[in-house]
Design a protein around this ligand. Structure first.
Ligand SMILES: Nc1ncnc2c1ncn2[C@@H]1O[C@H](COP(=O)(O)OP(=O)(O)OP(=O)(O)O)[C@@H](O)[C@H]1O
Ligand SMILES: [Mg+2]
Length: 311
């Protein structure tokens, strides 16, 4: 049977990228508003532990209930979802106050994901916090579609590279552990100087050469590890090239395939819409930046990249 496009492309999307302040929350709100406007049922989940502010981008009050109630009292996710004022779109807040984020166990995260998968929605869009905390990385890894938000500046590039490297390393270790090969990768990494291994790519090549059966597992993991890249706050058309460079860096040093789906320009209407307590995609729907959001969201939905015209 032909799979529906949602099934094909995955319904759970995580929006991350490592550095704080790049626009993850803005883009989560904008993507959600646009998809909901197309008549799809969407729920946004704010898992920025300690810094949940997705409600502000939607112009609503901070929800009283949050994922704390899921973890502590077993409240169902559908009971935690609040209306956003936008048809077809609800919000689950991740403001985990009484629970120290470090105390969320891996099994609890798996349980959360099992419940997320059962939500009767077409799309679940998860806004991750900044940084490379294991909770953030695990949530990123569990999603069907991994979207990263990059600002055209060196610190954002560096933080994103570290975030993806850590995520990939964690994924490889987890899957090699399942097959009983965890020690191989850890020992090789620890002795990387002796083996003259300088990057994760070289580590993977080295493992492949030494243990071809482990190489097959790595190749399978890499082919599953696709990334979707969005550039935010661009100020000139030259900035767009940074998206293509990031894509090449991921390929060259991490063997990771990236789809560069699009960009949004720097636009003061973003903060203005927060102050006006109206979602950007509704208040500034005719702006050029809203059109840019539409373009990359369509690309995300269809698994396409932007077309860059060469001069
Ligand atoms: N395209 C844009 N043009 C202008 N300002 C923007 C744009 N995107 C985001 N901003 C502004 O940048 C700031 C950070 O955005 P946002 O909160 O979405 O980032 P974040 O990545 O979620 O941050 P954090 O890591 O703290 O969660 C906000 O003040 C927002 O209004
Ligand atoms: Mg945020």
């Amino acid at each position: 049977m032909e799979k529906s496009s949602t099934e094909k492309e995955g319904k759970i999307w995580a929006i991350g990228g490592g550095k704080g302040g790049t626009g993850k929350t803005f883009i989560t709100s904008a993507i959600g508003t646009y998809i909901a406007g197309k008549g799809k049922r969407v729920v946004l989940i704010d898992v920025d532990i300690g810094g949940a502010n997705l409600h502000s981008f939607l112009g609503i009050n901070r929800p009283k209930k949050s994922l704390t109630d899921f973890f502590e009292t077993g409240a169902s996710l559908s009971k935690l979802a609040v209306k956003t004022g936008i048809d077809n779109m609800s919000l689950i807040s991740g403001d985990i106050h009484s629970l120290a984020s470090d105390s969320i166990k891996f099994t609890q995260k798996l349980k959360l994901f099992r419940h997320i998968m059962k939500l009767n929605k077409n799309y679940v869009i998860i806004d991750l916090g900044g940084g490379s905390h294991n909770n953030t990385i695990d949530t990123f890894l569990m999603a069907d579609k991994r979207v990263v938000i990059l600002e055209p500046e060196i610190t954002s590039v560096e933080n994103m590279y570290h975030f993806i490297k850590n995520a990939l390393f964690r994924k490889l270790r987890m899957s090699l552990r399942e097959y009983g090969f965890k020690e191989i990768v850890e020992q090789m990494w620890e002795r990387r100087q002796e083996y003259k291994i300088k990057s994760l790519r070289e580590l993977m090549d080295h493992i492949r050469d030494s243990f071809s059966y482990v190489g097959d597992i790595i190749d399978k993991e890499l082919s599953d590890f696709k990334l979707y890249l969005i550039l935010n706050k661009i100020r000139s058309s030259d900035d767009i090239l940074i998206g293509s460079s990031m894509k090449s860096i991921f390929k060259k040093y991490l063997c990771v395939d990236t789809r560069f789906v699009g960009f949004v320009e720097y636009d003061d209407s973003v903060w203005r819409s927060i102050r006006e307590r109206r979602p950007f995609m509704l208040n500034y729907s005719l702006s050029r930046s809203a059109k840019e959001v539409e373009v990359f969201t369509e690309n995300l939905l269809n698994g396409k990249e932007i077309k860059l015209s060469r001069s």
